[in-house]
Ligand binder design. Structure first.
Ligand code: SAM
Length: 342
């Protein structure tokens, strides 16, 4: 008789030495982005040389290996995933895993610049929900944060996604002194359009030219302030990540607090990340990685590839190393967020 895992197509589970089951893969399909958010990339960013970047067939093969190993949720990220040439073909191919029942969810995190033209295609590829990063509803502040973005284009993209039948969650990085006065407005806007909203603490990843310490806004404090103006009801919803949710009674929508800095939720972590050059990062907040590209580009069998992935997962670190240096020193991790995709 077949084991349940064989019937759903995967061969074994990825469980690390601490007993955490890995079911969620975030794949950064490119490190390139059409925005330059001040906390993410900075101006002097160096992108990976093209030959180091996995081609779409290689990405597809790697995703399939993870799915055979028990990944049930796959999120494409970046850089900006929708600026990767051929991205829709990749998504259509990956949709086969959803259709076959081997994947519960195929989804995407995007800055929204390309959404107006791709929203219908995303839905057709099997997506039902997407995350859109949007830190402000002010065109001037948007320009200040992203260095080159056009807010109107993003809003058009978000509305196109909604029109295409995609559930949208807005991710807003809380930036001390930049958008902290806009959180009420964002809650209202999201509520009016039927979107959930997550607030994110700034993380000290990568050298973005200057310290980010002054941008860090602990979300405990934000939540305390919000509670004086909104009715925040307890909510059981969990995504397996560092987000904790409440329901805003006035809008009926979920509000998430993603607090990797002020709280640690590593004990329940269910996710790993792969970069566009094929490096598997078992933890976002550590440099430890396994290079899968030589395996994918060599003549290695799928079985051999899976063995390497499983071994890397087994050694997933217990927790991240994020901390802000009170003296305002540099980041403890060199990698910028566009490499691993958040
Ligand atoms: N381009 C896509 C987007 O904008 O959503 C996907 C990649 S982007 C790196 C993913 C998320 O990481 C975005 O929500 C972004 O705001 C967030 N992010 C980037 N750098 C960050 C940092 N240093 N701290 C916290 N969040 C960060």
């Amino acid at each position: 008789m077949l084991a349940a895992s064989q019937m759903t197509g995967h061969l074994r589970d990825m469980i690390d030495l601490l007993g955490r089951r890995i079911t969620y893969l975030r794949f950064s399909v490119t490190d390139r982005c059409d925005l330059r958010c001040l906390y993410c990339l900075g101006d002097e960013v160096e992108f990976l040389p093209k030959p180091q970047t996995l081609n779409l067939e290689e990405i597809d093969r790697l995703c399939a290996a993870f799915i055979r190993l028990g990944v049930r949720k796959l999120r494409l990220t970046g850089g900006e995933p929708l600026v990767r040439r051929g991205i829709m073909g990749l998504l259509e191919n990956l949709g086969r895993h959803v259709a076959a029942g081997a994947l519960d969810e195929l989804t995407l995190t995007t800055n929204g610049t390309q959404l107006a033209r791709f929203a219908d295609g995303l839905r057709a590829a099997g997506m039902r929900r997407i995350n859109v990063s949007l830190d402000t509803l002010s065109p001037a502040t948007f320009r200040r944060i992203t260095a080159r973005g056009d807010l109107g284009r993003i809003i058009d993209g978000i509305l196109a996604a909604r029109q295409a039948g995609l559930a949208v969650k807005i991710n807003m990085v809380a930036l001390n002194g930049i958008n902290d006065g806009e959180i009420d407005g964002m809650i209202r806007w999201c509520g009016g359009l039927g979107f959930d909203l997550s607030l994110i603490e700034t993380m000290p990843l990568g050298d973005v030219g200057g310290t980010r310490t002054h941008l860090y806004l602990p979300l405990d404090e934000v939540r305390r302030r919000l509670q004086t103006r909104w009715t925040l009801l307890p909510c059981d919803y969990r995504s397996g990540g560092p987000a904790r949710y409440v329901t805003v009674a006035e809008t009926g929508r979920r509000l998430g607090f993603i607090t990797p800095m002020s709280h640690e939720f590593c004990a329940g972590c269910n996710r790993v990340r792969v970069t566009s050059d094929g490096r598997l990062y078992p933890c976002l907040g550590r440099e430890q990685a396994v290079d899968l590209r030589p395996l994918i580009r060599g003549q290695e069998s799928d079985r051999h590839l899976e063995d390497h992935i499983a071994a890397a997962i087994a050694a997933k670190p217990p927790g991240h190393l994020f901390t802000f240096d009170p003296q305002g020193g540099g980041p403890i991790l060199e990698r910028t967020m566009n490499r691993t995709g958040g």
